[in-house]
Design a protein around this ligand. Sequence first.
Ligand code: HSE
Length: 399
Amino acid sequence: MNIAILGFGTVGSGVYEVLEMNRSKLAGSAGEELKVKYVLDLREFPGHPVMEILTHDFNDILNDPEVDIIAEVMGGENPAYEFSKKALLAGKAVCTSNKELVSKHGAELLKIAREHNTNYFFEASVGGGIPIIRPLNRCLTADDILEICSIINGTTNYILSRMRDDGMDFDEALKEAQDNGFAERNPAADIEGLDAVRKTAILASLVNQTQVECDDIYTEGITKITAADIAYAGRLKAKIKLVSLIRRADGRTWAFVAPMMLRKDCQLYHVDGVFNAVMVKGNAVGELVFIGSGAGKLPTASAVAADIVEAAKHRHINVVTKWEDEVLALADTNDLEYNYFVRVPAEQAEKAKGQLLIDEIADAGIPAEFAFVTKRMNFGEFKRRSEGLDTISVIRADF
Ligand code: HSE
């Protein structure tokens, strides 16, 4: 079975390494040897054995009938979209870690795969090394999924953990995450929540079996979270996490990505560093939690390589994944009920006490301000009640 790897960056070189490192194990699992016949990249890699199989021209791969499986690990929408489409139309299987592409064009690429008796697999696109796509499609296929609540961006979880546990500042922690190969090419996608939204859109599309658009998902990143917010969270015995929520009830689906304060009774509280966690609630199975490395070279490569084996086992047999292209209208996140952590200038303390239903006052020794946690209410009500207050911070809390 011949493989081509598109992109020899962090993930691509990881896929090459995993296929080499576990060669005989993978041959046993796939039923035959998995040989990397090509690597596509614009760059040269002098002295690296990959030079012998390096090409700069995708057509070498597309036009080679011996190439059965393509690992598209280049990232970005273009030219990954064109390459994936052409490969599937030619009957080659495509395995990808590319959440941008899957979230935008998953429905179409799955349809092409189905029509050409091949497969489009994307386990690595959500949660790095955590198995979640195949479990949802296979093991949990009997369930109606009621909720998926997760930490699905390793970079932001790493930054928030380092800021909290080691007093690191934001930029220093981000740099460390980048140096470790966790961050996106443009880390704005991580810290502004877009990476988590793409993954949320993929999960929401899968559980609804139809397209959920990234632009329809309410999104807040972590760029507004300060050391002061982290200090208050500590006083409240909470941690701040970038949370992705998908909730389904009464034929409606809510989805958002936003920072939240969580306490230790929530399993996500305990998930730190680059680790991700995906909590799934099914109407038959109950609650499940998947935890593991959400980013990084070998964990992500492990998921891509597992897809390659799956593709090898299902050569010319489409493994059906239902994901229609009709766009789902999401429900209004203003309906969802939470507590809210709020900071206002000290002179607005009385006004805040009068307008908002305060449950707990927070003191992190920060002068000239008043901070508290409200009682539970939906965000629409919170917005009405906080009118006229010059809030310094508002963070959802699930206390
Ligand atoms: N930048 C992503 C993250 C990589 O930090 O989670 C894995 O998708």
